[in-house]
Design a protein. Sequence first.
Length: 155
Amino acid sequence: MRRNVGIGEYVVAKSPAVLVSLGLGSCVGVAMYDPVSRVGGLAHVMLPSINGTARVANPGKYADAAIKLMLEEMVRKGAARERIVAKIAGGATMFRNCTSSIGERNVESVREVLKREGIRIVGEDTGRDYGRSIEFDLSTGELLVRSFRHGRRVL
């Protein structure tokens, strides 16, 4: 079963699901996985932090909120928090003349939140100047990263 994860969304599922997120530019795809229960989640985050935002209708678009909510749902579905690992992709600087990249800030925020939550990053394909699409196979825990200019890479 393939499920699309749109911009600002997150999905938690069990194997044999494949979670897909297309068109990561400055956004970051955060894939978290428990290899024993084979419960995983994928978030397509747009912004670093929910802080200072009043009444958010879609917390999945913020790195800090999406990761926290995904972890809670993964545990409810049978994942053991101490076994969960993460892989991240995206966070590109899509425009050359930008002095401050939202992509860099997104990656930095994702790393900080995962560290604070005690989740180890075991694979990463971030930064640079090109977009990516990702497929997260919950049967294997593999994250396939595809880009037009750089082909395919498995994390």
